[in-house]
Design a binder for this molecule. Sequence first.
Ligand SMILES: Nc1ncnc2c1ncn2[C@@H]1O[C@H](COP(=O)(O)OP(=O)(O)OP(=O)(O)O)[C@@H](O)[C@H]1O
Ligand SMILES: [Mg+2]
Length: 276
Amino acid sequence: MSATTEIVTEPILELSGVVAGYGAGDILKGVDLTIAAGTVTCLIGPNGAGKSTVLKAVSGLIKPRLGSIRHEGREIGALSPKARLLLGIAQVPQERSLFPAMSVADNLLMGGHLVKDKKLVRERIDAAMEMFPICARRRHEHAGSLSGGEQKQVELARTLVLDPKIVLLDEPSIGLDPGSRRLVFESVTRLAATGRTVLLVEQNARSGLAVSDFGAVLEAGTVRLTGTGSGLLQDPEVARLYLGATPRPVVPDAGDARHPAAGPRSGRPPRRDHQL
Ligand SMILES: Nc1ncnc2c1ncn2[C@@H]1O[C@H](COP(=O)(O)OP(=O)(O)OP(=O)(O)O)[C@@H](O)[C@H]1O
Ligand SMILES: [Mg+2]
């Protein structure tokens, strides 16, 4: 299966032959990935495969040594992270990234530091608070006093203050309890419902693929398999390696890609019909 042949809308992001790494070694060894505008794509794969490195290459935290990264047809591989933010490419890192001693409201304000029009920032903060009501309810509290799941929602809301076209989410559900995980996956769906493009890295492969139009399996720095989210969920090899169970119909449950023995957990049904 190839997502490239299935995507019918204009690609918003195209990685071709991307080679990148840290120091002397290459971690990404020729990554090809095409992302259609307005879709959710879930990147899964074993620890150390280079999933976070793919997101860093897209957001500009590392530069590709070879290959190209095109955004709406334009090469962006040499642009700084700030330039890519201004193009509308925003990353929510895996680790907690709020300022814990600042209020939730001030954290949201920080999300708009690159936006000159402060009235626009206030409007976007209001919209983000509407989308993530926890931000309004806890606006005056220190961000560090919120639970992990609540903080992740504030991080997502903060990202919206930049009005990004592409949101890169690195393992947003990691370390969260089942209820918070469900909220995070619902948030992915809500982001997509606003027309944004989401590239999601997930260890909870079942839940990640279930809310995604497309999926890709990264192994040892190359994309080994692509398909629709539902297609990959039902692929016997993907199930054996990453879903921790035999293939089954797409149902709302969640397994842990890193722990094949993990059983199903509560999750969500597919977001919408996949493009074919
Ligand atoms: N800043 C860094 N400096 C040197 N090596 C790094 C750095 N960040 C990551 N690596 C190495 O690059 C490889 C790929 O890391 P990456 O974080 O992209 O993997 P991943 O697929 O996201 O893994 P995980 O599922 O554990 O998050 C690993 O071997 C890792 O040790
Ligand atoms: Mg990672």
